[in-house]
Design a protein around this ligand. Sequence first.
Ligand code: C2E
Ligand code: MG
Ligand code: MG
Length: 587
Amino acid sequence: MTALLSAEPRPVPVRAAVPARAAARPDGPDPAATRRLARGLDAVRHGFVLIDPDGGVAVCTAPARALLERLGLHGTPSFRRLLRLARAGSGLSAREILGSLGGRSVLDVAVDGHSVQVEMHDVPGEGVALVLEDVSLRRAAESRAHDLARLDPLTGLPNRLQLREHLDAALARLERKAEGCAVLLVDLDRFKPVNDTLGHPVGDALLRKVADRLRAMVRAGDTVARIGGDEFVVLQAGVTEPGEAQALARRVVDLVGRTYMIEGQLLSIGASVGVALAPADGRDADRLLKNADLALYRAKLDGRGTFRFFEPAMDARMQARRRLELDMRQALARREFQLHYQPQLNLADERLVGCEALIRWHHPERGLVSPVDFIPLAEEIGLIVPIGEWVIRQACRDAAAWPQPLTVAVNVSPAQFTSDRLVETIVSALANTGLPAARLEVEITEGVLLQDNEKTLHTLHRLRALGVRVSMDDFGTGYSSLSYLRAFPFDKIKIDRSFVAGLCTGTDPGTKADGEAIIRAIAGLGRSLGMTTVAEGVETPEQLRRIRAEGCTDVQGYLISRPLTADALLSLLAAAVPGSPPCRSPS
Ligand code: C2E
Ligand code: MG
Ligand code: MG
């Protein structure tokens, strides 16, 4: 062993092949046994070489010879040549290699695309045993797996992991050179409906085409990656001024937004893009991606199909939103929500028929927050489910205490229909408060019917089976309100207040005529379908007169009453003498 450990390997004699030295040692084992052992080792897939303490090769099995030949080491190996090879393959010095031979050491020797793993075992008194294994295939598979783990299988584009590597590399270059880079976060508009209605194969084909278009529009040093369902990132390298990123962002919006032909169908989607620039908007990958995301959020708010550059103010807005979110999460426990009730009047007998429950948030610092300012966020983050449950329970509790059997209407968001708890919540609220089901009304907007129609309709039918009424809110503002009236037998249609407002404020006689025609049409539709029609947002006697003339059955609006606190409503109801109209029509 000591001879082996000398710093530079000395020339060692070339020995005969298997088994060479074993037979020559007088005190060695039985040569016949050694030969048998060597033959046995020939059958082992791994190569085996035993180098004796003098540096000579004592044993070299057939697989070992084959492997060494593959590495370009023809003929009988000597330890010196093996060592030289190991040094070339591993980059270690001879001393380092030999020094590591205390117990066991593994070296990877790669030559001409072949990879051989050499395991060296110190065999005290016998020299060094080498176990050789061809790991070329395994290494190739590992490298393929490494590549695959960094590719998106659908489009063949780099995935988030590989994007990170490219981005880190680009940012490292930034430190050395004076050129920046741009991160363009691309989100497809209207992809989900295509995927949901035309099926996943079409959705997949569409994503591949988008990937092709993006790939085609970038330069050699740029990266296009797919980092989520319909989210892509273009990493633009070597950006010296924002105009370059702007030009690319504009091209992305334009080209991705052009029509696609898939399976004989013409499809149209759009792209929203958020752009962050390095180093101005961040010097690390996380910050850049986050800022591009904030810019993307802005682009979507601004109507989609456009791009926005990150601005520090976006971060501030986002933080404000996050604070609102945190506050809202605590508001339920802190009992900061309250329900107001807005009466609805029947025009035929001028009696109150019901009230709509409208949520209010008394924020300790912000004061009264309007539902328009927090319901959308609550819907986005799923908080509408517990808030909505509270609304249902509270509205049932309040209504059960009213002196007259008025209906109470609650607004129910699409997200509440997605959660399976809606029917259960309503059943338990009715049971706990004793409110008859027929006095509860749920108001839904078109958004509810736009999602998972089967399931939603099933839920609506279950509610109807309980005796709960269902109204269509904000009728006429959606795309296909009419078709939804066919899909479900609503009890009530609430005509959106924009049509009512158009009745009298319109200086343009054309708008006014349109408003009237629409209200007349909806009222007629309601009559023939046996549905109540409520005009929302009635503010003036003139509006009321027109609405009555067009044949709506009910009205709701500031003219009748503003939304009232539960107590104020109770006073109003108590003041009404039984048998006479509790609220006179102000017409
Ligand atoms: P909505 O369901 O269409 O409710 C009617 C809205 O019109 C209410 O606004 C009401 O105060 C307002 N309004 C009533 N009469 C008049 C009028 O004569 N003139 C004008 N200009 N406005 C009138 P509010 O209370 O701010 O609620 C806004 C929206 O917030 C509601 O629209 C509803 O979509 C949503 N919302 C309110 N409470 C809840 C709730 O408990 N749950 C859910 N999911 N949404 C709610
Ligand atoms: Mg409503
Ligand atoms: Mg409405």
